[in-house]
Ligand binder design. Structure first.
Ligand SMILES: [Zn+2]
Length: 206
């Protein structure tokens, strides 16, 4: 247990603090209650010294990615608490570009949240996710479709809302089950090629 956690144990909830304040004001109206009043004031102010002395660290959302085609790696914090880091998102967009034609499209950050939650739920929050495919232009999608029945005509890869991944050391079927339980969008399992398609479109599976 770190200092922050210990400090939190002493923090009085704001609602209770409000009533303590009222009681303090009431007590101080009577001179004989001054001693009690001082104690109450200490109780009210004590949490502030903990809370404001050292603000709690923001929760970091980090992704570690490896692109199996370009062999590029990215290790980036793209979100702190609820605030997205636009510079980091741009790095992710570039990483997930259609490398065949060098085109970049802005990705839905919800997909990144889905990835961080997935690796956390699988018990491997530090794991490097292998990316088989990110964004696909219309042309690339058509080209891949002519060669594989696994490529959909209206694929969400064209909208930068889908990604194909695998996680070394974790069975892709297990990854699929966890992704399905999250119910954040489409989940496609490709057993032979051993990868999982994830998107943030409608909840569906194949
Ligand atoms: Zn896909």
């Amino acid at each position: 247990m770190g200092l922050q956690e210990v400090a939190r144990l002493f923090v009085i909830p704001s609602g209770l603090r409000f009533f303590l304040c009222l009681y303090y004001i009431d007590t101080m109206k009577h001179a004989k209650g001054a001693g009690m009043g001082c104690l109450l004031l200490a109780a009210i102010l004590l949490p502030f010294s903990f809370v404001y002395g050292e603000p709690p660290a923001a929760r970091e959302y980090r992704l570690r990615l490896f692109n199996t085609h370009t062999l590029e790696r990215l290790n980036v914090v793209y979100r702190r608490d609820s605030v997205y880091d636009f510079e980091a998102l741009a790095k992710l967009d570039l990483f997930l570009r259609d490398h065949r034609v060098g085109r970049v499209k802005h990705y839905a950050p919800q997909l990144f949240d889905l990835l961080t939650e997935l690796v956390a739920k699988v018990g491997r929050p530090e794991a490097e996710i292998h990316v088989i495919c990110g964004y696909r232009t219309e042309g690339t999608n058509k080209q891949l479709r002519s060669r594989s029945s696994a490529v959909a005509k209206n694929s969400l890869h064209r909208e930068a809302e889908a990604i194909d991944i695998r996680l070394p050391g974790v069975l892709t079927s297990r990854l699929r089950d966890i992704a399905l339980a999250l119910r954040r969008g489409g989940v496609g399992y490709y057993a032979i090629s051993n990868f999982l398609h994830l998107d943030v479109g409608r909840v569906r599976r194949w």
